[in-house]
Design a protein around this ligand. Structure first.
Ligand code: UGA
Length: 431
């Protein structure tokens, strides 16, 4: 199929490259000329395992990029993968989506025959029907159902495994409200994946599809917050939360994944999406108690980590190492990383922070230009009176000699990565 994708961010680029790999002809439309040039030259504008290989293989060929929306007229369907950033109150800002939908509509107007627009971006229930369809209808001068289809097809890609998640997903969600033409076109797009992996396809309404994306992320965020809450209770009673998690995870109704307690969740999606659905709930007159609590527990975990350190060492005027700056291992993304409140808390206490991460130092330097950054875990620990582990990078597991050589070998682990706790003073956040 001929597919156009508007937006070359993390979702747009991954989906474009993977669809090219499935045999489709893909054109990516983006306003950023440098991104367009990179894609056409076979260079991935974002870092994701496996993505550079796909872009190198198909870029400029089966995967093309342009700043010109008129390219959409030569395609069978258009995916909207534009950002929906948060407003101050947590609600989503739709301006990029609205402008994108208008430009897509104008391009479709120049084409004869049916065209399907697929919303991939994360939008609150009702957005497609109430905000995007009217824009598309006006710009195309068509009524939905008459040569214009609009579907919702959210993505569940994780940073660091986006290509694998796309090619072998747990599910594919298509919200069409039963529109046969839209369903058929989406079935054609995903057929190779569905056939190879026997992936369940959830055919549902557009509002439901929009909500499923939020519910998915909110549930995962809340699951981690619940195990963190339980983990905090465990800590008070001298119980190892990881032993508890392993046992409860054997109950199939609970499941073993996403039960790693610690300093909390970060990243660009969980907080944004939980905030958006909380704001949408309030707008509808409902108080989302559990979702509020998921955020509150998450905000408190860095304080609990620092509280444990306070009990062991007075950090004022002393060097303290922060190990891990990325929001999770395998990425240089620091958005909403728990390292940010940890560094802020240490600075409030008057500590001299020395931070280390295998890949995310430059990103954190923009956020905190005047703390010290070390070139290795060993260098970060040298001459320090305390260390906190914030990201579960494997390399922190084997720093035992370096921990022992600290001025005060006091380590508070927020991710349960330190294995050899030999002669150091060691505290785990929930164990
Ligand atoms: C998340 C979802 O997992 C994806 O399905 C979704 O598509 C994506 O958001 C999105 O909406 O774009 P991602 O933000 O890449 O993906 O990261 P995750 O791997 O889910 O981890 C999120 C955070 O939870 C990390 O900070 C991680 O350290 C933390 N976490 C995860 C825990 O603290 N404990 C766990 O047991 C699992």
């Amino acid at each position: 199929m001929d597919v156009s994708i508007v937006g070359s961010g993390y979702v747009g680029t991954t989906v474009a490259a993977c669809l090219a790999d499935l045999g489709h002809d893909v054109v990516n439309v983006d306003i950023d000329e440098s991104v367009v040039a990179a894609l056409n030259a076979g260079e991935s504008p974002i870092h994701e395992p496996g993505l550079s290989d796909l872009v190198a293989l198909y870029g400029g060929d089966r995967l093309r990029a342009t700043t010109d929306y008129s390219a959409i007229a030569g395609t069978d369907l258009t995916m909207l993968a534009l950002p929906t950033p948060s407003e101050a109150d947590g609600s989503i800002n739709l301006s990029a989506m609205a402008a994108g939908a208008r430009s897509v509509g104008e391009a479709i107007a120049a084409k004869d025959g049916y065209h399907l627009v697929v919303v991939k971006s994360t939008v609150v229930p009702g957005t497609t029907e109430e905000e995007l369809v009217p824009i598309l209808e006006e710009a195309t001068d068509r009524t939905e159902g008459e040569d214009l289809g609009v579907a919702v097809n959210p993505e569940f890609l994780r940073e660091g495994s986006a290509v694998d998640d796309f090619t072998n997903p747990d599910k594919i969600v298509v919200g069409t409200d039963g529109d046969e033409r839209a369903l058929n076109r989406l079935a054609d797009i995903y057929e190779p994946i569905v056939m190879e992996w026997e992936v369940p396809v959830v055919e549902t309404g557009r509002r439901e599809a929009e909500m499923i994306k939020y519910a998915n992320n909110a549930f995962l965020a809340a699951k981690v917050s619940l195990i963190n809450d339980i983990g905090n209770v465990c800590k008070e009673y001298g119980v190892d939360a990881y032993e508890v998690a392993e046992a409860i995870g054997l109950d199939h109704r609970i499941g073993e994944r996403f039960l790693r307690s610690g300093v909390g969740w970060g990243g660009s999606c969980f907080r944004k999406d939980v905030d958006a659905i909380r704001a949408a709930a309030r707008e509808a007159g409902y108080e989302p108690t559990m979702l509020d609590a998921a955020v509150e527990v998450n905000e408190r975990q860095p304080d609990r980590l620092l509280g444990l350190l306070d009990d062991l060492v007075d950090v004022a005027g002393r060097r303290v190492a922060v190990l891990g700056l990325a929001f999770k291992p395998g990425t240089d993304d620091i958005r909403n990383s728990r390292a940010i409140p940890v560094i802020e808390g240490l600075r409030e206490r008057g500590a001299e922070v020395v931070a280390y991460d295998p890949v995310a130092i430059e990103e954190m330097r923009e956020r905190f230009p005047d703390i010290e950054y070390a070139e290795s875990g060993a260098a970060a620990l040298s001459d320090t009176h305390g260390a906190v582990v914030v990201t579960d990078w494997d390399e922190f597991a084997t720093l035992d000699e370096e921990f022992e050589a600290m001025a005060d070998p006091v380590v508070v682990d927020g991710r349960r990565v330190v294995e050899d706790r030999g002669s150091i003073v060691y505290e785990g956040l929930t164990w």
